[in-house]
Design a protein around this ligand. Structure first.
Ligand SMILES: Nc1ncnc2c1ncn2[C@@H]1O[C@H](COP(=O)(O)OP(=O)(O)OP(=O)(O)O)[C@@H](O)[C@H]1O
Length: 293
């Protein structure tokens, strides 16, 4: 579904350039539900905004389904945003209208794209657990309920890819669990591919695959050891609370065979600009360079 190779994004302002993505490699399979984690400023939102068609990539390759986002025209981008992707933000105020009802909010994007379907709008609100509240104005709903309306809106045009940037960032744990359950249901039953950007490790532990971005590059990947344990509840019952309990960690190699060594390891070994590397037939050993007399 998503194939991204050596993706570069440079933001240019008057006198400075920020390289937000420095050759990012990520693939996401159709129907997958995965998370992206990373420190503040590592480039997570930049990546999601490029996938959502809100920002243009500077170089590299990024494809979503049939679309090549590096070459897409402005007209095609409008179609892409309307038909292929749905977007959910932490602060959903930007795609909700407070004086309309929940149902009217979901119907609006359908009207704009000429595919009005009241029955589907109602079904979406039922899916997110708001059957009883669909006639309420947005301002009469709690923050968590509004976030669930935002999920229904993001699905109004039947996208095949759902992008969520910190979707549980401003809700309590109970609502956060409910949102994750909704995502899993949408993923299973509608086959929607879901990419979630999050700081929340507990949330990341609930998906099958987590990709960590460090300094604008893919660094580490965590794959679930037992994909049969899926909801948070089963994991909690099995005493698997942390991501390291649930996932196996892998370092990511790019096409040229480069890998990122965590800063902490380099500092511990006092490795700076070079290291010595040895292959013993089974393992690759990286050590500080031998002192030269
Ligand atoms: N519009 C912009 N103009 C200039 N620089 C930007 C712009 N958007 C992001 N950046 C810079 O790009 C880098 C990556 O930012 P990004 O928002 O993608 O990080 P992030 O990992 O999502 O961080 P956070 O978790 O804090 O949201 C940062 O150095 C940021 O300052």
């Amino acid at each position: 579904m998503i194939s991204c190779e050596e993706l570069v994004k440079i933001y240019k302002t008057d006198d400075i350039e920020v390289v937000a993505l420095k050759g990012l490699n990520i693939s996401v399979a159709q129907g997958e539900m995965m998370a992206i984690i990373g420190n503040s400023g590592s480039g997570k939102s930049t990546f999601l905004n490029i996938l959502g068609g809100l920002d243009r990539p500077s170089a590299g390759q990024v494809r979503v389904g049939e679309w090549n986002l590096l070459k897409i025209t402005d007209e095609e981008l409008v179609q892409y945003k309307r038909n292929t992707v749905g977007f959910i933000w932490q602060n959903n105020a930007r795609n909700l209208v407070p004086y309309l009802t929940a149902l009217e909010n979901v119907e609006m994007p359908m009207m704009l794209s000429g595919r009005y379907d009241r029955a589907y709008a109602k079904q979406l609100l039922e899916w997110v657990g708001l059957k009883e509240r669909m006639g309420n104005k947005l301002q009469q709903l709690s923050g968590g309920e509004q976030q669930r309306v935002a999920i229904a809106i993001s699905l109004a045009n039947r996208p095949s890819l759902l992008l969520a940037d910190e979707p549980t960032g401003s809700v309590d744990t109970k609502t956060s669990d409910m949102i994750m359950d909704i995502f899993r249901k949408l993923n299973r039953e509608l086959g929607v591919t879901i990419v979630i950007v999050t700081h929340d490790m507990a949330l990341a532990a609930k998906v099958d695959r987590v990709v960590a971005i460090r300094d604008g590059m893919t660094s580490t990947e965590f794959i679930k050891r037992n994909p049969n344990l899926d909801g948070g509840e089963e994991e909690a019952a099995a005493g698997l609370a942390r991501m390291s309990d649930v996932h196996e960690e892998y370092v990511v190699l790019d096409r040229a065979g480069r890998l990122q060594i965590p800063k902490a390891y380099l500092q511990a070994l006092q490795i700076e600009s070079k290291a010595s590397m040895e292959f013993d037939g089974e393992k690759i050993i990286i050590r500080p360079p031998k002192a030269i007399d």
